[in-house]
Design a protein around this ligand. Sequence first.
Ligand code: SF4
Length: 494
Amino acid sequence: MAGYGLSKSRIIAWKQCPKRLWLQIHRPELIEDSQPNEQIFQVGNEVGEVARGLYPEGILIDDEDLSDALDSTRRAMDAHPNKSIFEAAFQHDGVLVRADLLLPTRNGYRMVEVKSTASVKPYQVDDCAIQAWTLGMSGIPLRSVELAHIDTSFVYQGDGDYRGLFRYQNLDEQVHSLIEQVPEWIAEARCTLAGSEPCIEPGSQCNDPFECPFKSYCARDLVLPDEPEYGLDILSGMHETKKQKLRSMGYADALEVPVEHLNDTQKRIQRVSRTGIPELDPEAGGMLDALPYPRCYLDFETINFAVPRWAKTSPYRTQVTFQWSCHIEEAPGKVRHEMFLDVSGSDPRRACAERMIAVLGEDGPVFVYYQSFEKGRIMELSELFPDLADMLLSINDRIVDLYPIAREHYYHPDMKGSWSIKSVLPTVAPDLDYTLLEVGNGGDAQEACREILHPETSDERRMMLTKGLEEYCALDTLAMVKLAWHFQGFGGVI
Ligand code: SF4
């Protein structure tokens, strides 16, 4: 039965959830587009392009029309049996696949699927099995099935040399054990498509292996149980298994959990949530009062890439600081703002380090919120630029982390168990609001930077995102100023 045409991604969608495939084909208007999906797609394209660049003699099958692509593939393989073929198209029994890389061997081909992930995921093995089955049924002699994923230990040396970016994993054994199931998957997927909308409730499959684009549609009729205002999730630091045990004992409300199940922090959360009265230990203010001026409040934004852009960076692993904000309090209440932002596309690290040294000077505490992040980035800069190392490391020596001070000495019922700066800020400065910003969190900042660097982004959009980045990073450091003032009892306005 040929029936509905299937592609590898449709079969994978069916494996995730038959209803997903059914909706994709019969109700495509319900798909929710999301910006992250678009970005994942762009990263995949970039990674694919780099993988092809490693075999410069290869032939790219770039026809968009299916039958043209099938013809071009056949012609290219016949005319150039010793050349690599990229995006080769094959079809069998109505199933269409495109092979990322077909690399010729003495008596056949290595089939290599290229992925932007840092390891092999189970769905990718299914993916390769579908691919290998279709090629095998099309008469292509496959000598091996491999998956090339990003090797995060690779260090880019520049000049477009990406040899070593990929780790090739042989999947012959796993694919061999799955390949017999592929015709069953195809038949069942077609059976799903020929029937009426499957009746499947939302569950863990909705995010595994991908976030499903039909979540709103499927959730429309769900009646969710009433959640208490202070659920167990506010009990910071409590392990999930302990929460489950408490739920099984009938405790869904954090305010009702007997104290013998709580540590000191959780008791404080419960106490403050019950009374509704925030608690601030004067010791926090005392610790800050003892520190000299000028005071700097520093925050970084960083970015990483699947395909490194700048020399001496590794895929995903290297967090490149492209932006920082610094509020400088010269004397109590006397504050000015400095910042650094480089989204020009050049390596921002040298300029970032030099400007930071110039702005932060040599004296006074440098406040951060969650010091391991800023300290780690400064340490990396010091290793990269030995001539600046002493000055950079002296900044690290001046760092004072506000996070443990807040965690130890402050809690407001609206924080709902979180001491992230985004949870704390509204409780000390309700006039400052992240939700109104174009860039509202660290993830948004990375995506904004990526979008600005993308060659097809319009100037107008670039300007809007740049402004969003400036406002966001500045708010992070202003939040720290406000927090420090709150601890010290200033309650003033800049
Ligand atoms: S939201 Fe969940 S239940 Fe609905 S189609 Fe997607 S995976 Fe299936």
